[in-house]
Design a protein around this ligand. Sequence first.
Ligand SMILES: Cc1cc2nc3c(=O)[nH]c(=O)nc-3n(C[C@H](O)[C@H](O)[C@H](O)COP(=O)(O)OP(=O)(O)OC[C@H]3O[C@@H](n4cnc5c(N)ncnc54)[C@H](O)[C@@H]3O)c2cc1C
Length: 345
Amino acid sequence: MNKYDYLIIGQGLAGSLLAWELLQRGCKIMVIDNGLESASQIAAGLINPVTGMRLVKSAEVEHLLPSAMRCYEQLSQLFKQDFYIEKPMLRLLNNELLLTNAHKRLADPAYKDYVKAIIATDAYPYLEQQHTGYLQTRLLLSTLKQYFIELGCYRQSILNYEDIRLLPLLSWQDISFKKIIFCEGHHASQNPWYSWLPFQLVKGEILSLQHQSQLPDVIYNFGEWLIPLDKQHLRLGASFDREQLNNEPTLKAKNTLLQSLQNSGIDLSELFVTDHQANIRPCTLDKQPFIGEHPQLPQLAIFNGFGAKGSLQIPKFCQLFADALQNQSPYPSSIRRYYATHFTH
Ligand SMILES: Cc1cc2nc3c(=O)[nH]c(=O)nc-3n(C[C@H](O)[C@H](O)[C@H](O)COP(=O)(O)OP(=O)(O)OC[C@H]3O[C@@H](n4cnc5c(N)ncnc54)[C@H](O)[C@@H]3O)c2cc1C
């Protein structure tokens, strides 16, 4: 039997970047993925440090953002491709609350790296944000998949849980492992060892658009966001639906997104929808990732729950998780916080 350190289940953004981190550290890994379209592939990959009506910084953004930028820059250098595209964001201030909060943030030294100025227009003003941009997730994942294939550490396969042998050796097919790490995104809600974790899955839909207008090279945010990919192509998203948890695009979400774009006042001529995709975000009850070993089977671990912020969060958590796997340091965002609720000793 071939011996490996880690079997990683899932080649979304979490599994891919974890595999990359562990390979950098000299670990012997195998990645398996079912080859179906994932949330990571259709995601806009947006990184926006200051969000919501209150315009608050994402938790730990000072640590998460530099790690993410370092990670995507290293990958760009190795593969000679730009994966992360930095672009300023214009946040539409179309109500009093947003305008008041924008003034507050501009006056707050803790926000000086992220908010720049209020730009007046004939209609509503905009808040200019910086350190914003988007990760080209589909390109990054296909590049990493090819890299893993060349290293002989990728197999396209559906993992059936009953095919994992726990004893006498932790193994799957012809390979044995020290640990199996589940990075299955929303599919974890069907995982027999982890379905007890309080996921709060959220479906998202996103549109690809073509147009013929002259637009400034910025990301617009008007509650939804509009990302220019090039002079004619845009992405518009994304919806949030906690009820219909499937990957079927709906007319309702499409119309809501297009209506929101129309209300934003951004003028687009000869606008066509060229694509419409849907998938499921692995969000969690307390908005924190789910990381760590199974309480009764320490040879199984999970790395999941990055919700709507995978591009920002995953690189830093990969480093901390790899540290924990290798140096026995504590797991970041450990699922230990839910042990007491679900397991009695
Ligand atoms: C419409 C939409 C827009 C989004 N926009 C953004 C954004 O702008 N910015 C941002 O940061 N995040 C965004 N997200 C969220 C982002 O997609 C997630 O944070 C991130 O992709 C989660 O990655 P993951 O690897 O955990 O899960 P996934 O991407 O779901 O990957 C899991 C992988 O595991 C595979 N798998 C699962 N079970 C098995 C099995 N049994 N056998 C084999 N393979 C298996 C799946 O096929 C998949 O490839 C968006 C999500 C959606 C749906």
